[in-house]
Design a protein around this ligand. Structure first.
Ligand code: NAD
Ligand code: WQD
Length: 342
């Protein structure tokens, strides 16, 4: 079966996608520089699928090594490009790190495939919509000016990719706009490994419940939403991983929409922070220590996706709901406590 190159394949979403690619009959080949992941994730993947995936430690910002690597490979028909720096706050403090890593890695990869037909799936984000004017937000909604260098890298990367697909005929590209990925594999052998104090809601909830953090602060309960807290479209990471397999499948068949396309990847349902906490408490069977605090600067108030296009054209819909997201995130946090080696 076809080989698929997974950049950032030892990271959070990449590792789950490696598992789903394998389950779908593809042969995943991982490259990662391990700047935000742990090599032991390879052992964990092997424990899930029974095979050790091919792994290459490579910094995609190294142009020569990236070109040499691509030339040395045969049989790769598709690339799923996860590798990037992703912390919004850090991108504000250190924008050059984000522009350097996220653009050089993308450009080196695209240039390395300049003479080869390739199906290319890119990790984009609902951050491109900013605060949408209409909900659920569709793929045709305007892209709003980014509020962080990280968000800007996703917007500009989408432009780079659409112009690349238009100008050269060897690239067939899909950008997936993820909503909020959460949860972990149902074996609890892989999941999110946040670096330092988590900035995202779910790892902060699970780390609080396990006792690593004293309490969660809900950032604002006076927004114009039913319970006053912000609303997001949380998507189970295993469903998200399967969306990448669906995107590769569509590109392999030939996408009737042309050589560049974008899809929303969410459940289509919005949950408030307070609803997410309640769902966690139910799944974990314990109360969470939380308090209400001030709004977080720059937060989007409410966003959830219209997933009609991905359902019809990608032939993909999310199967797992908020209860599975919370239960799997909690099982993973407990696994990490018992297996601190990770
Ligand atoms: P992650 O940090 O867990 O995974 C990214 C992986 O890429 C890491 O293993 C890291 O070591 C690797 N990497 C980074 N720079 C590299 C380079 N120059 N060369 C080789 N490897 C490199 O992040 P994730 O949550 O799995 O996110 C994957 C992608 O999805 C990213 O592009 C991210 O921006 C995007 N995304 C993530 C979210 C989210 O909330 N997690 C939401 C929307 C989009
Ligand atoms: C979710 C909700 C917070 C932490 C960020 C990036 C975005 C995307 C996903 C990649 C919000 C609230 C959080 C806490 C809280 N990544 N919250 N207390 O804001 O949707 O987006 O991650 O592309 O680009 O900006 O996700 O998990 O940070 O927050 O109350 O300690 O939880 O205010 O309402 P967000 P998040």
């Amino acid at each position: 079966m076809n080989k698929i190159l997974v950049t950032g394949g030892t990271g959070y979403i990449g590792s789950h996608t490696v598992v789903e690619l394998f389950n779908a009959g593809y042969t995943p080949v991982i490259v990662d520089n391990l700047s935000n992941s742990n090599i032991k994730i390879l052992d964990q993947i092997e424990r899930i699928i029974g095979v050790r995936p091919e792994f290459h430690q490579l910094d995609l910002c190294d142009e020569n090594k990236t070109r040499e690597f691509v030339r040395s490979q045969s049989g790769i028909t598709g690339v799923i490009h996860f590798a990037a720096s992703k912390a919004v706050g850090e991108s504000v403090a250190d924008p050059l790190k984000y522009y350097h890593n996220n653009f050089f890695s993308l450009l080196n990869l695209l240039n390395s495939y300049r003479d080869t037909p390739v199906n290319f799936v890119f990790s984009s984000s609902c951050t491109v919509y900013g605060e949408p004017d209409t909900l659920p937000v569709t793929e045709s909604a305007p892209v709003k000016k980014a509020t962080s260098p990280y968000g800007n890298t996703k917007q500009i990367a989408e432009e780079i990719l659409s112009e690349t697909a238009l100008a050269y005929n060897n690239y067939n590209i899909i950008a997936l706009r993820y909503f909020n990925p959460v949860g972990a594999h149902d074996t609890a052998l892989i999941g999110e490994l946040p670096n330092g104090v988590p900035q995202n809601l779910l790892p902060f909830i699970t780390q609080t419940a396990i006792g690593k953090r004293e309490k969660l602060t809900v950032f604002g309960n006076d927004y114009d939403t039913p319970d006053g807290s912000c609303i997001r479209d949380y998507i189970h990471v295993v469903d998200l991983a399967k969306a990448h397999v669906a995107a590769i499948n569509l590109l392999e068949k030939g996408n009737p929409n042309g050589r560049y396309d974008v899809f929303n990847i969410g459940t289509g349902n919005g949950y408030s922070v307070i609803e997410a906490i309640s769902a966690f408490e139910k799944a974990a069977g314990q109360k969470l220590n939380y308090t209400f605090g001030p709004r977080r600067e720059g937060d989007i108030i409410k966003v959830w996706g219209d997933v009609t296009k991905s359902s019809k054209e990608l032939n993909w819909t999310a199967q797992l709901g908020i209860d599975e997201m919370m239960a799997s995130a909690w099982a993973w946090e407990k696994y990490l406590k018992d297996n601190p080696i990770l």
